[in-house]
Design a protein around this ligand. Structure first.
Ligand SMILES: Cc1cc2nc3c(=O)[nH]c(=O)nc-3n(C[C@H](O)[C@H](O)[C@H](O)COP(=O)(O)OP(=O)(O)OC[C@H]3O[C@@H](n4cnc5c(N)ncnc54)[C@H](O)[C@@H]3O)c2cc1C
Length: 400
């Protein structure tokens, strides 16, 4: 069976690695850029890896499968892809997401620590914790190296016989003769038995049938240094879910911390190919100011101006739960998209699911909860992807 994976980013790289291990499969990856490039949804040198689901228990089997597959990839390649130093989850006492996380940890027998009051302040002196805030340390969580993970999964796939085409953007796909014709932007056409679309923010350019369900959003990451030397020493990767949502990932060597904000700052955008990649002047001013509350309320020792700001694109479904299924009206085209800001940590499990769906049409993992998920925001303009803000998401966003 000849299978094309279109888009070799966080997800496509894992699908390719899985397909390369399936007997009788000839796997081909098509990537617009080079393998491990930072210009789509996977750049910026760090992604949080968490073991606790914050809102939906049905994800836990996928999270667990991902944990096993990450370890397998690390073992097969002899490469460390996740630094498992623990991740601090911060929220108000009684916050539904924190309570859910603690329940998941207990029920799924995952190690964690709960800290509050002086114990929390002493352990993590960088933070200005508010009265009533608590911290859960997901002790075996950590930080994924995204670019290295993609390069490693692809290298492993190629070692097992997969073929990768870099700088090979696909312009269109068309189901024909019980297979799928893939047309490259260069005009070259090739026939496949099955196609897996894993194009992230570009998904609906190839599968316009999903335009009323998947939308592209632009996210900004900003890197800050401490006002004083040593302020960032010992800062853990963290995620605050309440009162405001933000997360932070210290960079290697502890020189800076990369900050990200919540869903309502993930801006709806139109064509991802026309996005501004560098923020200057007014756009930089506006983005910098969005991070100011983090210094004011949570990490007062950070310098107010970022040393680097970068934009990335990600695909969101209206339910904030990924779309893992055949493309509507298609028989041989599987779409893996709409990871809604949280796809990296589960990418190897999605690789298994994608390979299963492409090869046999069925996944061993239960995906029903994704199919029945209800929309939590509206897409108001299918052509531009502009969406409304939504208070449900604001107060109960799933986080990354
Ligand atoms: C700033 C930011 C922070 C995040 N933080 C976290 C986190 O902490 N933890 C977490 O788990 N998740 C996080 N995520 C989410 C995670 O990174 C994404 O869910 C994941 O990268 C999505 O993977 P993907 O393969 O769908 O898309 P991508 O990784 O963007 O890959 C898509 C690939 O398809 C290629 N492509 C597109 N169109 C074509 C075409 N026509 N032909 C060929 N190739 C094509 C692109 O070049 C790209 O390489 C974050 C996302 C962002 C943007």
């Amino acid at each position: 069976m000849k299978i094309a994976v279109i888009g070799v980013g966080a997800i496509g790289s894992q699908v390719l690695w899985q397909l390369s291990q399936r007997p009788g499969v000839e796997a081909h990856g098509f990537e617009s850029g080079y393998i491990g490039h930072p210009f789509a949804g996977a750049g910026g040198e760090g992604r949080l890896y968490r073991n606790f689901e914050l809102t939906t228990e049905a994800y836990m089997p996928i999270v667990r499968a991902a944990s096993g597959a990450w370890a397998e990839l690390e073992q097969a390649s002899g490469t460390e892809l996740i630094q498992r130093q623990g991740v601090l989850l911060i929220g108000d006492e009684g916050d539904a997401q924190l309570q859910h996380a603690a329940r998941m940890a207990t029920e799924w027998e995952l190690p964690y620590e709960q800290l509050e009051g002086d114990a929390l302040r002493t352990r993590f002196p960088q933070f200005a914790f508010r009265r009533g805030q608590i911290g859960l340390v997901d002790t075996t969580a950590g930080v994924i190296s995204p670019e290295k993970s993609i390069m490693t999964a692809v290298a492993q796939a190629v070692q097992r016989g997969a073929t990768v085409h870099e700088f090979a953007p696909v312009a269109s796909i068309r189901e024909a003769n019980e297979g799928v014709e893939v047309t490259r932007a260069s005009g070259e056409v090739e026939a496949f038995d099955r196609v897996v679309v894993a194009c992230g923010g570009w998904t609906t350019k190839l599968v316009p049938e999903l335009r009323d369900w998947i939308v592209t959003r632009r996210l900004t990451s900003a890197w800050f240094i401490g006002r004083d030397d040593g302020y960032l020493d010992g800062l853990p990767p963290f995620m605050q879910v309440a009162p405001g949502y933000c997360y932070g990932i210290p960079t290697e060597g502890g020189r800076s911390v990369k900050l990200g904000l919540g869903f309502n700052d993930h801006l709806p955008t139109g064509d991802p190919d026309t996005l501004p990649r560098h923020l200057e002047h007014d756009a930089a001013h506006e983005q910098r100011d969005k991070f100011a509350w983090v210094m004011r309320e949570l990490l007062p020792g950070l310098a107010p101006n970022p040393v680097r700001m970068q934009t990335y694109v990600e695909s969101y479904t209206r339910s904030m739960h990924e779309y893992l299924d055949l493309a509507p009206g298609h028989s041989n085209t599987v779409v893996l998209g709409g990871f809604s800001g949280h796809g990296f940590k589960i990418a190897p499990a999605i690789g298994q699911i994608g390979a299963d769906l492409a090869v046999s049409g069925e996944s061993a993992l239960d995906l029903e909860f994704l199919k029945s998920a209800q929309p939590v925001f509206e897409i108001t303009d299918a052509a531009t992807g502009a969406t409304t803000r939504n208070s449900v998401v604001e107060s109960a966003g799933r986080g990354n």
